[in-house]
Design a protein around this ligand. Sequence first.
Ligand code: DC
Length: 216
Amino acid sequence: MKEVFRIAIDGPSGAGKSTIAKLVAKKLGIDYIDTGAMYRAVGYKMKREDVPFEECDELQAMLDATDIDFVSGDIILDGQIVNTLIRTSEVSQMASKCSALPMVREKLVEIQRNMGSRKSVIMDGRDIGTNVLKDAEYKFFLTASAEERAERRHKELIEKGEEITFEEVLRDIQARDHNDMTRALNPLRKADDALEVDSTGMDIDQVTEAILKEIK
Ligand code: DC
């Protein structure tokens, strides 16, 4: 295996990218970068500061004054740990909306490329294999049926105490799939050289093994 290598995992919401990426990172002893969490942090801050969800000077000023980093697995927004604040269904929608804005993508892609330039990383998102780390050594496209993704996400949200029905979660997943796949800039798409892994009916260990098998 090369000294420094990058692994890209893309796929739709709820396909299990972050769970799998965390396990693969641990197994290989490399850093995990959750790019979705970065879009969530920006969406959360735009909402909190009442910045309009459109390209404008106010948004650029906010982005210029925004610092996002990962420290020991925590996401830090302007010095504050925001791990749980960015995991609500409201912030999911904000993240999907703000991720269509070129100003936001430009800022976050630059940070992501920096993070992936010095050391081995596994990065998950929507445009990692097609844009952020186009030359990544390993690329995967992780999918699962919308129903199975909604079932997994619904279980997670209920466990966290959110009151939400399965139908609402399914609608939310379908709306985000639509936004993510139809936006003009860097839409969700499988890179030509990515290996597709359909995790419908597979458990976490089986998916992790399928990915590790390709890397070793
Ligand atoms: O993976 P997630 O659900 O936490 O991502 C939140 C939103 O961010 C998702 O709707 C799409 C967007 N996103 C993106 O546009 N590009 C990425 N590389 C990662 C996430």
